[in-house]
Design a protein around this ligand. Structure first.
Ligand SMILES: C[C@](O)(CO)[C@H](O)COP(=O)(O)OP(=O)(O)OC[C@H]1O[C@@H](n2ccc(N)nc2=O)[C@H](O)[C@@H]1O
Ligand SMILES: Nc1ncnc2c1ncn2[C@@H]1O[C@H](COP(=O)(O)OP(=O)(O)OP(=O)(O)O)[C@@H](O)[C@H]1O
Length: 299
């Protein structure tokens, strides 16, 4: 059984990154037999996100330590990911898991999916359950369409519902990510009758930002004036677009100073952060370091 504990935390925990993503473009090219949308999208991993900490326990229980009251423990994607891995591998161990949440929820920047991927990867490491990245990605796909991207941890071109992944190396750019203080439900956007669902397929090698779109953006702007207004403001300063099914918007810059100037002009009720795009997830870099240090200790 999963339970929520109070948010007291030991001081000696290792905090593992759970980065956000942007969809630099998102084209909807059709639907599969289940009605799920077939996408083409360029997923940019960001050097910014939540953090999770883990303590392995012998009890077999998964315990969530968080002040995130809006999500009951049994619905938390972290608990669901841990339970899935535990059941799939018959692992007798449990875990106490702490979450430091900074990413807006339901923002289209993949916070919940990234948290699930961090739980799968770190627990696979700590429990020594030894699943491959591919096996973890397949488990993760049961939790959400964006989980496999975070499990593989590479900036990538994705097709299907997000599970067919081709890693790509992008020049690092600076992104201002702004949350217009409203939540957009992914299910609502994907069930809208007037959503564009027939974009022509492109080859990712042909990708140019200005020649691509987010096919959900027009619909979300029509339904959510806060998104439309903020996008209008951002477009005055830099190339800007919505990510995922919203509500977050991003603007692209060559340097931090320009991004900072625009951030300072945003309305007070708008949460925003500035970060850089990375080709490899900071989580994977941290795991590689930890595995290397374990090997050193073993020798
Ligand atoms: C739009 C993206 O954010 C792009 O990164 C993702 O594809 C959304 O992925 P997600 O938030 O993990 O979405 P899920 O939790 O898997 O799905 C929420 C709901 O959206 C619809 N859905 C989702 C993904 C998809 N490719 N087609 C869909 O039609 C389904 O009705 C599903 O029940
Ligand atoms: N650990 C978690 N962090 C955030 N949301 C969670 C978590 N566990 C469950 N959820 C639920 O998932 C919903 C979607 O959260 P999330 O932050 O992943 O949205 P998103 O950024 O729009 O994702 P995507 O870009 O994948 O569509 C939340 O509204 C919340 O109810």
């Amino acid at each position: 059984m999963a339970i929520n504990l109070t948010f007291e935390q030991p001081t000696d925990l290792t905090w593992w990154p759970s980065p956000a993503k942007l969809n630099l473009f998102l084209h909807i090219t059709g639907r599969d037999q289940r009605g799920y949308h077939l996408l083409q999208s360029l997923f940019q991993i960001l050097d910014f996100g939540d953090q999770l900490a883990f303590e392995v326990t012998p009890s077999g229980q998964i315990e969530m330590c968080t002040d995130l009251d809006s999500v009951p423990a049994q619905d938390n994607l972290i608990v669901r990911a841990a339970t899935l891995l535990q059941q799939h591998t018959q692992c007798p161990l449990g875990a106490k898991i702490w979450l430091h949440k900074v990413l807006p929820m339901g923002g289209g920047i993949g916070g919940g999916s990234s948290n699930a991927a961090t739980a799968l990867l770190v627990l696979n490491h700590l429990w020594k359950t030894n699943l491959s990245l591919q096996q973890l990605a397949e488990l993760g796909l049961q939790l959400g369409a964006d989980v496999p991207i975070f499990v593989h941890g590479k900036t990538a071109f994705a097709e299907g519902v997000g599970e067919k992944i081709t890693p790509v190396n992008l020049a690092s750019q600076i992104y201002l990510v702004a949350f217009p203080n409203c939540h957009v439900s992914t299910a609502e956007v994907f069930s809208a009758p007037d959503l564009v669902r027939d974009s022509a397929k492109i080859a990712w090698q042909d990708y140019i930002f200005s020649e691509t779109r987010n096919d959900c953006q027009k619909l979300v702007c029509e339904r959510y004036p806060k998104v439309a207004n903020l996008l209008h403001d951002l477009l005055e300063y830099a190339p800007s677009r919505m990510t995922g099914t919203g509500a977050c918007l991003f603007s692209v810059f060559d340097n931090m100073e320009e991004a900072e100037k625009v951030k300072n002009k945003l309305p007070n009720d708008c949460q925003a952060f500035i970060t850089k795009g990375v080709n490899e997830s900071p989580l994977h870099a941290a795991l590689a370091k930890s595995e290397a240090s374990l090997k050193l200790h073993d020798n």
